[in-house]
Ligand binder design. Structure first.
Ligand SMILES: [Zn+2]
Length: 700
């Protein structure tokens, strides 16, 4: 069957988990032993898929799964991967260029930026989501995106018109989303692509591929049985001589996260297809290079791949739920009204704020993804100044950036995941509320009070009678008293004298300008710079050690007041807290370093030793052995704050000197720990070190 083609599309995506104030991801207890799901899923799926596992006739060395499928990574996920595992991000980008060499076109496609349901977006937001996604893609993959993946494959005519306006060549929908009124109802629409013809752009076209929904729904159950699933694929083709492309599509997380060893199952299937040669593996773009869509098709508007009730899952009680005991999803309607109202208010305030400051407020907004991506003060400053009508004062610069930040949250708070699960008290809707609070804080800095809109969401009922949404909102407010809490974390590191040998990502940079230490209390004057908005503030902070705790008191104050502040009364401070309010690892580190419990001694010794050993092989081994030679070594390691970062460091170390016996010691320890899945990092580091990537690809 020389002209029967097959393609697997994997949609890789995670909801944005970064806290909008600090830009860090909070710990998620359900992800244990990992600190959060991004890390867990990377070790189970994104990482292992990048391992060279497939031998083919294309070249003499093994290639990763990514080179042989069609895929898209959500920008919010890809940025996180770039920050935490730059080698993995580089190998995914490289897989796209390898696929272009062997198949003729690259495997990667863009995605609408932060996974909003596009039919729910205004016409302008549709363009914004698509353009942010496409430009982000181009900056990472160094080529123009030919296709855009629609979040949840949610579609309406306006969305397809927006894709055409952005010169997108094709997109992918489910077979259930095709309106067959223009074609022979007997036709297998999953065996060829169709043309969607624009109504209002002079007959311009977009190619639509419809993946086979039945086969795709069987991936998690049947793909582990390679032979059986392969036969299903073969039998889905027609026995004729017409060229055909059959494709399946699903969440990429099936391959290793939702489905145990799913990464191996996919790799086996690809090997089977390549060796059996009955059908030809390809990706969508490569297929379109040789064949064209012939017939026209219409789509069923307001449909998606994961809600049989159209778009109900993202706006109302439609019947979709995971846990049947979660009786009511009426909160979805309330959350949608709430976020849409805030979004409209934010948009008006944005233009009112920047109309007299920026040459082209729309162009700035449509390019703002660059600042979100780079997070570099110099870049951000130049971004605003190069777009300004006149030289801006520092205050005008901050106002402009605050308005843009507000518009970022207006997008992020409407990420589809907020509506997908069963209850408003789940992590994802709370993340939306967190973004909404941040948006309101930006608005209040611009002189508008939007907090009254919260009245509508405060009284919404959770399915858990004991949970009150208004209490959760107050908790989110308290835990995000910023930059105060981040400042306390910074000072606690100074007071307790611990350092970390790697960068932890935070939106605030602190600098000590003055200090005074007395026996049981220390005073600091600290400057605080916020990376995203370039806001600068100064604080006076006192820190007192009481037993196994620290008491922080903060007052916003000018440096010239330092001496005067030394005699402040407790009531004269703006904010007071102890270490219990510090976040995640900051709290754990403070607890370890304040503890008199001998159990914490090993951790303390390790953290101090690892910090001073960074980059030095022998000293690092000494640090490593502080834990590996201790009693309960594995459980101590798992509970060290930032355990995964230390592991990555040790794996890189082992890859730098694989001939040393100590390297083997490290590998044995990690591969028998709860983090055994993390071993792909060693293989990737070794591949980068020793890989001699031949540029010769055999002609097919
Ligand atoms: Zn539904």
């Amino acid at each position: 069957m020389k002209n029967k083609f097959f393609c697997v599309h994997a949609h890789f995506y995670q909801p944005p988990r970064q806290n909008p104030w600090t830009l860090t991801v909070s710990k998620e207890t359900l992800a244990k032993p990992y600190r959060d799901f991004n890390r867990k899923i990377t070790d189970e799926c994104y990482g292992p898929l990048s391992m060279p596992s497939i031998k083919s006739s294309f070249c003499d060395y093994l290639l990763s799964v990514y080179s042989h499928i069609s895929f898209n990574f959500g920008p919010t996920l890809f940025s996180w991967i770039e920050d935490h595992y730059p080698q993995l991000a580089a190998s995914i980008i490289q897989a796209d260029s390898i696929s272009a060499k062997i198949y003729g076109e690259g495997a990667a496609m863009a995605q609408a930026y932060n996974h909003r349901i596009l039919p729910h977006c205004s016409a302008k937001d549709k363009m914004l989501q698509i353009k942010w996604g496409m430009e982000y893609f181009e900056s990472k993959f160094k080529r123009k995106a030919k296709a855009v993946w629609l979040p949840e494959t949610a579609v309406d005519n306006e969305t397809l018109e927006a894709l055409i306006a952005c010169q997108v060549e094709f997109s992918v929908l489910s077979t259930s989303q095709a309106d067959k009124s223009l074609i022979d109802s007997e036709e297998n629409i999953y065996l060829e692509p169709f043309n969607y013809v624009s109504k209002n752009q002079n007959g311009k076209k977009l190619t639509l591929f419809f993946y086979n929904q039945d086969l795709s729904l069987k991936i998690t159950q049947e793909m582990p049985n390679t032979e059986k699933y392969y036969l299903r694929i073969l039998s889905a083709f027609k026995a004729d001589n017409n060229p055909a492309l059959l494709s399946i599509a699903s969440d990429g997380e099936n391959y290793g996260h939702h489905l145990k060893d799913g990464d191996k199952a996919l790799s086996h299937l690809i090997k089977k297809i390549l060796s059996d040669k009955k059908i030809v593996l390809t990706n969508y773009a490569s297929w379109l290079k040789n064949f064209k869509a012939e017939k026209e098709i219409k789509i069923k508007e307001n449909t998606s791949w994961s809600c049989p009730h159209g778009l109900g899952r993202w706006e109302k009680e439609c019947g979709c739920r995971i846990d049947k005991s979660m009786k009511s999803q009426e909160w979805r309607t309330d959350l949608k009204f709430f976020t849409d109202e805030l979004g409209e208010k934010a948009e008006k305030l944005y233009y009112a704020t920047v109309n007299n400051l920026l040459k082209d407020p729309d162009e700035a907004l449509f390019s703002y993804w660059q600042c979100i991506d780079k997070r570099k003060p110099d870049f951000t400053l130049n971004f605003v100044h190069s777009r300004a009508i006149k030289p801006l004062t520092p205050d005008e610069t901050r106002k402009t950036l605050t308005a843009l930040e507000m518009m970022k949250s207006a997008q992020l708070m409407r990420t589809s995941c907020a509506w997908f699960f069963d209850d408003i008290s789940s992590i994802e809707p709370l993340n939306a509320i967190r973004e909404a609070l941040y948006l309101c804080e930006c608005a209040s800095k611009l002189g508008e009070d939007f907090f009254s809109v919260f009245e509508k969401i405060r009284k919404v009922k959770s399915n858990y009678p004991s949970i009150k949404i208004e209490n959760l909102i107050e908790e989110i407010k308290a835990e995000n008293k910023q930059p105060h809490i981040s400042l306390c974390s910074f000072i606690s590191g100074i007071e307790l004298k611990y350092q970390l040998p790697f960068e932890t990502h935070c939106n605030y940079k602190f600098k000590i300008l003055n200090e005074k230490r007395e026996e049981s209390i220390s005073f600091f004057h600290v400057s605080c710079a916020r990376i995203s908005t370039l806001e600068k503030r100064e604080f006076f902070i006192s820190v007192k050690k009481i037993e196994e705790n620290l008491i922080f008191s903060i007052k916003e104050s000018l440096l010239s007041d330092f001496q005067k502040n030394l005699s402040l009364k407790p009531t004269e401070f703006d904010f007071t807290c102890d270490i219990s309010l510090l976040k995640d690892e900051d709290r754990e580190l403070a607890t370890i370093f304040l503890s008199k419990n001998p159990k914490n001694e090993v951790k303390k010794k390790f953290i101090i030793s690892a910090a001073s050993a960074y980059g030095d092989f022998d000293k690092s081994i000494e640090a490593f052995r502080i834990i590996s030679k201790s009693e309960n070594a594995k459980s101590i390691f798992e509970s060290i704050p930032f355990a995964e970062d230390y592991l990555r460091h040790f794996l890189n170390l082992a890859a730098s000197k694989p001939e040393r016996q100590e390297s083997k010691e490290i590998l044995d320890f990690i591969s028998s720990s709860a983090f055994f899945k993390t071993m792909w990092k060693y293989s990737l580091a070794m591949e980068i070190k020793y890989g001699d990537k031949k540029n010769s690809f055999k002609k097919q």
